[in-house]
Design a protein around this ligand. Structure first.
Ligand code: GLC
Length: 422
């Protein structure tokens, strides 16, 4: 069956005509395109087409979750029927629920049986299941097993240890002729990915989650300020200034070409870093993220879900596609081929899955205890809250504010958002 993928960049999708290039298929699904995401989506969709004889168009979306959200908000607020199935971030159900179908009705009450209950609860808004869990995510620390061994180090447990090891190996490697070598790469661009990284720094150093479960703003504290100052100190020391513009893929590019000792990323980077065309294949270790003296390791909860637009002209068929793609067979395939974390607990005991991605077993607790961004308590203000947060953090990393100034400013900004709206 002939399928073509449309590449949608930024907000160009709706274009002058208000519609993407004539979509003739019965259904259109938007998929992410980070790493191997698009290829895996295409394969899953093709399998469903072969099984059912239906015809599906795939639209790929921008890599930045922040840009994807703007795109979806624009499409949905125009009540456009152009996209039937949408890949939505774990922090969006509260923002988009009004535009999405109740999948319990469309697929059946047992739709999400066997999936992690916390994710099902996250995707349930006013008793409506607005998205099916597709894959979960949590931040992890990648490191070069060869370099750590060669220089006599174990994987670090604290941020201080990580910083010291990164400094030492970076200096030694540079002295040895690799002047491209950096100690640590992460996601420092002003976008949702920076919110995820900074939440990990703050939470793992006893600084809380910025807004607590009851909706109280907690960011203005010394531990949070110190966590941000520590991160700012990495720039130009163990992390390139360019990291201020890195998303997941830029960080992976540096690590995978052999030019970083440590990397913070999501599990998907594993399959690619271990693939044949990776410079570091066979030399990659994955452990939980470091923590500070006043806190425990904290991995931000990420993940993506599949939702059906209320404006779809083919909602029942769209829901069938969602059920297929989020089902056990597809989740297993995606775990093995792409290291996408299943949302079905039993797959974490599957031998083939564990052979392909051993840390799905060793870090199981990291995945089930990941720290949620405050999307539940801030409801449809989450987008504003996250924007304020990542912009303030970006200023600290850029050297324009201290950690203490940033958390105090954030406290005022978040209070203003809260007074008006949550
Ligand atoms: C990953 C996570 C997602 C998060 C994004 C930020 O895709 O799964 O939840 O918002 O990264 O860059």
């Amino acid at each position: 069956m002939q399928r073509k993928s449309l590449i949608v960049s930024g907000l160009a999708l709706l274009g002058a005509t208000g519609a993407p290039a004539a979509l003739s298929a019965e259904l259109t699904i938007s998929c992410g395109a980070v790493g191997a995401e698009l290829a895996l989506c295409e394969e899953g969709v093709a399998a469903w087409e072969d099984e059912t004889g239906h015809d599906v168009e795939i639209v790929s979306t921008p890599n930045s979750s922040t840009e994807r959200l703007s795109l979806y908000q624009q499409i949905l607020s125009a009540q456009s029927s152009d996209i039937d199935v949408m890949q939505i971030d774990v922090v969006w159900p509260g923002l988009l629920a009004n535009h999405l179908l109740d999948l319990n009705e469309a697929i059946g009450e047992e739709a999400a049986d066997g999936h992690f209950e916390t994710i099902v609860a996250n995707n349930t808004v006013d008793e409506r299941l607005v998205a099916m869990p597709w894959f979960t995510d949590a931040g992890v620390l990648y490191y070069r097993t060869d370099l750590l061994e060669q220089h006599g180090f174990e994987a670090p447990e604290t941020w201080e240890e990580m910083t010291a090891i990164a400094e030492e190996i970076q200096a030694a490697e540079r002295a040895d002729g690799n002047d491209q070598m950096w100690g640590y790469v992460f996601q420092g661009r002003a976008y949702e990915g920076l919110t995820c990284n900074a939440l990990e720094w703050v939470a793992s150093q006893g600084g809380g989650t910025l807004v607590d479960d009851g909706g109280e703003i907690t960011i203005d504290n010394e531990n949070a300020a110190a966590a941000l100052d520590l991160a700012a100190g990495w720039i130009g020391d163990i992390s390139p200034a360019g990291a201020l513009n890195y998303t997941e893929e830029e960080a992976r590019g540096v690590f995978q070409s052999g030019n970083a000792v440590f990397m913070r990323n999501w599990p998907y980077a594993w399959s690619l870093a271990q693939s044949e065309d990776s410079e570091v294949a066979g030399e990659v270790g994955v452990v939980k993220l470091p923590h500070g003296p006043n806190g425990d390791t904290a991995a931000t909860l990420g993940g993506w879900n599949l939702a059906v637009s209320k404006y779809s002209e083919n909602p029942e068929l769209a829901a069938e596609l969602v059920a297929f793609l989020t089902g056990e067979a597809e989740q297993k395939r995606r775990a093995i081929e792409g290291a996408y974390n299943p949302t079905i607990a039993s797959l974490y005991e599957d031998e083939e899955v564990l052979t392909a991605v051993p840390f799905f077993g060793t870090l199981f607790e990291t995945f089930t205890n990941a720290v949620a961004r405050p999307s539940a308590p801030t409801g449809d203000n989450y987008g504003r809250v996250s924007n304020s947060f990542f912009n303030a953090i970006h200023s600290v990393l850029s050297g324009n504010m201290t950690g203490a100034e940033a958390v105090s400013q954030l406290d005022s900004e978040l209070s203003r958002i809260k007074r008006r709206r949550w």
